[in-house]
Design a protein around this ligand. Structure first.
Ligand code: DQA
Length: 148
């Protein structure tokens, strides 16, 4: 089983950017934690971070036929990224949308997600733990088991 883990614009700066909101961990640290959880679960993960919507769309189009689910933090594209939304929808895979911060407790423009209506679930505000929760929940759902 392979799950894609996708990060949108500016998430390459985690660990430097607005630490009170996004936390201290870098994207590499989060990815290596996810990699260890994936190994423990006996699954594969494929990662991409991009600052460009087109590159995210290309990745989803190319990689989704070989995957069983997508975990995505779309960054600011959450709020207006319609071509990303279409690519995710067209993948026909279950999508879990993750946000480090609680987008509903922030500026009003962050309260709308164009991704949420096509997602299986959204996790917002759990910091880096949200990615682990998403991975474990997705694998449990795909396997029809309880969370491990
Ligand atoms: C974010 C929330 C978005 O509003 C913001 O543009 C981001 C990060 C989060 O993880 O909390 O880049 O997706």
């Amino acid at each position: 089983m392979k799950i894609l883990i996708v990060h949108g614009p500016n998430l390459n700066l985690l660990g430097k950017r607005n630490k009170e909101i996004y936390g201290e961990k870098t994207l590499d640290e989060i990815s290596s934690m996810l990699q260890s959880h994936a190994a423990e679960l006996g699954i594969q993960v494929g990662f991409l971070q991009s600052n460009s919507e087109g590159e995210l769309v290309d990745f989803v189009q190319k990689e989704s036929p070989n995957a069983e689910g997508i975990i995505i933090n779309p960054g600011a594209l959450t709020h207006y990224g319609l071509s990303l939304r279409d690519a995710l929808f067209d993948s026909n895979l279950p999508i879990i949308e993750v946000h480090l911060s609680n987008i509903y407790a922030r500026e009003e423009f962050r309260h709308t997600s164009v991704i949420a209506p096509i997602a299986r679930a959204q996790i917002s505000g759990l910091g880096w733990r949200g990615y682990i929760a998403a991975l474990r929940a997705m694998v449990a759902e795909l396997r029809g088991t309880v969370w491990q």
